[in-house]
Write a protein that binds this ligand. Structure first.
Ligand code: NIG
Ligand code: FE
Length: 402
């Protein structure tokens, strides 16, 4: 089998299963056969191709476990409204927000959406993300939700990046159900979820549980209905207010509870007790001009595993860069840099139930690797607006070279 060896690595920063923690290794080499890492160590044997890392930093590719990339247009007009003082919540209450993205997706052809999502994936990959969770949730009727999932599946087949599909019919209430929220929940549970399950693309089922969106009771119904059809629950929880969603995440067996800017102490205890991963999205706090970042230290002290994601979407966070998310999490949530890298690689892989195959540079894992143009991990968050990436290796294939 074709083999590739990465030599002359300055530092290798990766999660290490034996240590159960992050490690920085020096003077190591990596051998890849096909798409798999087969050796990590010093002075390894020859290979078909040698790649010189020029004494630079090497890390696993980022795993971004929370994005909403299937939309047509951006919503920069709402951005402008926020600059004038309106909040995201006020814009939503006035009929803007998520529902502003619905018509575009409903009217768009599958091929238009495919080419848009494909170019967004190009960008993710250039920024060092090698796996990305992708939600539907701007169709909000049966046909357009299935279309959105199909788009994710088609792009994933075409693209080097791995896309992990999540059904998010429970994102908002479309206008035809504005006065009949329970009717929309019925539609999700009785028609959409069975059809999504038959379609066989989605792996997860996510709901925006928040005051003004889905109540705890409605969220519980949707997550349980998904569970009955083999869709694993995730939850948007306590983003703006504590609505008890973090707590519900624990109760429903959600693999991850995301946002958590307003999670209560009780919610944190429930996450810890039920082994729910807290996926924090500091890009959203930043993009919305808010200051109440999620309580990283409290979560960590309670023993909750923390993952990081971009939350890339057209409304609340138009950010695709995981390196920038690391900057935000270090600056505003005071996450130590190695913990931030762990949160953006192995823990985010765990939140997608993929930690046995990706998220670290260890024997047997897929060769999803970033070779940086810097020497030290600290330079990733320090450089803020730079993307000092030299090469991305995906599935053992060298994708960009300087
Ligand atoms: O994760 N919070 C809910 N959904 C997105 C916002 C999507 C939008 O505004 O279009 C989020 O922030
Ligand atoms: Fe989101």
């Amino acid at each position: 089998m074709y083999s590739l060896k990465l030599t002359n690595i300055g530092q290798l920063a990766t999660f290490n299963s034996e240590m159960n923690d992050m490690a920085i290794l020096e003077n190591v080499e990596i051998v890849i056969e096909g798409n798999q890492i087969t050796e990590v160590g010093q002075k390894l044997g020859d290979a078909d191709k040698i790649f010189d890392c020029k004494q630079k930093l090497v890390t696993p590719g980022f795993v971004d476990p929370h994005t909403h990339p299937v939309f047509l247009d951006g919503r920069e007009d709402e951005f402008a409204m926020r600059l004038q003082g309106a909040s995201y919540e006020e814009i939503s209450e006035a009929g803007g927000g998520i529902v502003n993205s619905i018509q575009g997706v409903r009217d768009a052809s599958e091929s238009d959406l495919i080419s848009l999502v494909k170019s967004r994936m190009d960008r993710f990959l250039k920024l060092g993300t090698t796996t990305v969770e992708c939600k539907s949730g701007y169709g909000l009727n049966l046909e357009s939700e299935l279309k959105s999932l199909k788009v994710i599946d088609e792009v994933s087949k075409l693209h080097h990046i791995d896309m992990i599909p999540t059904f998010m019919g429970g994102h908002a209430f479309p206008k035809e159900f504005m006065n009949n929220h329970d009717g929309y929940v019925d539609l999700i549970c009785e028609e959409m979820i069975p059809a999504v399950s038959d379609q066989g693309i989605a792996k997860f089922n996510d709901v925006f549980c928040e005051n003004g969106y889905f109540t705890v009771e409605q969220t519980r119904r949707i997550l349980n209905a998904g569970n009955n059809h083999g869709l694993i629950p995730r939850i948007h929880a306590d983003e703006f207010e504590d609505s008890g969603a973090g707590k519900l995440g624990g109760e429903c067996g959600s693999i991850s509870a995301d946002h958590l800017m307003a999670v209560s102490d009780e919610g944190i205890q429930e996450l810890a007790k039920n082994d729910v991963i807290a996926t924090l999205l500091p890009g959203t706090t930043f993009f919305l001009g808010k200051t109440g970042y999620a309580p990283y230290q409290k979560l960590k002290d309670a023993g909750v595993d923390v993952a990081l994601a971009t939350d890339f979407n057209p409304g609340s966070c138009h950010i695709q860069s995981m390196p920038f998310i690391l900057s935000l999490s270090c600056i505003y949530m005071k996450i130590p840099v190695l913990d931030a890298i762990k949160a953006a690689t192995i823990t985010s892989a765990k939140s997608l139930l993929l930690h046995n195959t990706i998220g670290s540079i260890e024997i047997g894992k897929k060769a999803d690797i970033v070779v940086w143009d810097i020497e030290r991990t600290l330079q990733i968050p320090y450089l803020v607006s730079d993307h000092p990436i030299q090469t991305v290796i995906k599935n053992g294939e060298i994708l960009f070279t300087p």
